[in-house]
Design a protein around this ligand. Structure first.
Ligand code: BES
Ligand code: MN
Ligand code: ZN
Length: 509
């Protein structure tokens, strides 16, 4: 894992592989962002002019490399674009800083140490830059360099090993806390990414449950795993129905962090389909390798409970991981089968590819039993949500308007794109079944909302609940940008952690 230090060294005396500075769009061309002063001095005050001569504009996402002058103890300076400079009394946008630090860290893959001399006017800027750098310094190399006798196991692709934040104050309590928080959050986001990227032949429900158990034990958090026998005994018909076709049996994992001073209890519920083939309603061939990402909700839930525990927040958080593999076979659930869910309701399965709502239904009812103050489920639930909001924005639905607004605002605060979506009551009748209490598929139009309306049937009345459909942002197929790598993104972890922090301080807006 990439190390993070708050360095007291000035940029001119730091011995490293590179220095990172910010370049912004000024009224008359490139301007350097605060933090770059000493670096600019080493360039005799000409760094902005040099950058312009190299074609830089200071635009968001831009990266320019300049050989360092003799006065610096690094071979190269990286200027990252920060977009328009803020107004006189304004401050740098945190997500711009987070993205810029990520862009720089990615460009430094393979390097040992880099000094980040970006604008750090307060503790939240420290969090943003530290998070961005640590999230950008991510690579999934576990399956590379495996050739017999290979010595450099993916060595060329190892992420930047050390991030030195320059300009932060190592003795300032707020700065130190901000850096510590960033370390924990980034580490857990990266763990969620690892879980998503791990191929589905290795990350079976059992294997995922084993990872959760091992980590929980290591950090002193309670964990309980229901295996297929316990699921039968408990009447978890949804989870069992989805897992029925696979040789890798399903699991329901409960991971419970408690704090003696906690006044509130949150429950996080994650969709954990370790592979979604569609089941008997098999997905058409082509591009299905990305369906290993269908456990991203469970990964986000697991990672955020661990982050909250590592931070020691005074709030109780229970994570529920609904793990199953959706496969076709002679034992698989068929279209037409009726499942009896954990809450007793019967569901006619019209399409075995609408499996996420079945595993979540059981887990939502189970989570409700403990009467938490709120439940948030996270799921790569519908292609329809991707159609509606695109690849980078998750949808937020809830049975409580204020809670939905809070989650949307919290997501924005931590730099995760989301948008509020409704749960129209009229969509419920489309889920009527001639045979059972309801069907697992309804109207095609508004498919993401239909799924939300289905889930609502399994949340016990009176409990505040929100549903995050992360089908778009959970897995990034395009070229990396900012701090977002290819593959698993760790979507929703930062939002869940901040929700727990806000709940702990009683500051839910
Ligand atoms: N896991 C998929 C949804 C998905 C789509 C996740 C794209 C990530 C990217 C889900 O289980 C699914 O197959 N949903 C169906 C539901 C339909 C059959 C009602 C869908 O969206 O097509
Ligand atoms: Mn599916
Ligand atoms: Zn799915």
């Amino acid at each position: 894992m990439t190390a993070l230090t708050l360095s007291t060294a000035g940029p001119a005396s730091l011995r490293a592989d590179a220095l990172v500075v910010g370049a912004a769009k000024g009224a008359k061309g490139v301007v350097l962002a605060p933090g770059a002063e000493a670096v600019d001095e080493a360039f005799d005050g000409r760094l902005a002019a040099v950058l312009e001569a190299l074609g830089a504009t200071g635009g968001d996402g831009e990266l320019t490399k300049v050989p360092a002058p003799a006065g610096l103890k690094v071979p190269v300076v990286l200027a990252v674009g920060l977009g328009s400079a803020p107004e006189e009394d304004g401050s740098w946008d945190e997500d711009v800083l987070r993205r810029a630090a990520g862009t720089a860290a990615r460009a430094l893959t393979g390097s040992k140490k880099a000094g980040f001399a970006l604008p750090l006017e307060d503790a939240s800027a420290v969090t943003a830059v530290a998070e961005g750098a640590l999230l950008g310094a991510y690579a999934f190399t576990a399956y590379q360099g495996g050739a017999k006798g290979a010595k450099d196991k993916g060595a060329a692709k190892q992420p930047l090993a050390e991030v030195a934040l320059l300009g932060a104050k190592p003795r300032d309590k707020a700065h130190k806390a901000a850096a510590e928080r960033a370390k924990v959050v980034a580490r857990e986001v990266n763990i969620a990414r690892d879980l998503v990227n791990t191929p589905p032949n290795d990350l079976t429900p059992e294997a995922f449950a084993a990872v959760a158990s091992a980590t929980a034990k290591e950090i002193g958090v309670k964990v309980q795993v229901l295996d297929e026998k316990a699921l039968v005994k408990g009447g978890y018909g949804g989870i069992l129905g989805v897992g029925a076709g696979s040789v890798n049996p399903p699991r329901l994992v409960k991971i419970a962090y408690t704090h003696p001073k906690a006044e509130k209890h949150l429950a996080f519920v994650g969709k954990g389909i370790t592979y979604d083939s569609g089941g008997i309603s098999l997905k058409p061939a082509g591009h299905n390798e990305t369906m290993k990402c269908d456990m991203a909700g469970a990964a986000a839930v697991f990672a955020s409970v661990v982050a909250v525990a590592r931070m020691g927040l005074p709030v109780n958080v229970t994570g529920w991981l609904a793990l199953a593999e959706n496969m076709p076979s002679g034992n698989a659930t068929r279209p037409g089968d009726v499942l009896r869910m954990y809450n007793g309701k019967t569901v006619e399965v019209l399409n075995t590819d609408a499996e996420g709502r079945l595993v979540l239904g059981d887990a939502l009812t189970r989570a409700s039993e403990e009467e938490p103050d709120a439940i948030v489920d996270v799921a790569t639930l519908t292609g329809a949500m991707v159609m509606a909001l695109g690849n980078r924005t998750f949808g937020v639905m809830a049975n409580d308007d204020a809670f939905r607004t809070s989650i949307h605002e919290i997501a924005e605060e931590v730099g995760e794109a989301s948008w509020p979506m409704p749960l129209p009551a009229d969509l419920r009748k489309g889920l009527d079944s001639p045979t059972a209490d309801l069907a697992n598929m309804g109207e095609r139009m508004g498919g993401g909302l239909v799924a939300g309306v289905f889930l609502q049937e399994f949340v016990t009345e009176g409990i505040t609940w929100a549903h995050l459909d992360i089908a778009g942002p959970a897995f990034h197929e395009g070229a990396p940008y900012g701090y977002t790598p290819k593959g698993g993104t760790g979507s929703a972890v930062r939002t869940l952690v901040r929700l727990a922090e806000r709940t702990a301080t009683g500051d839910l807006g």
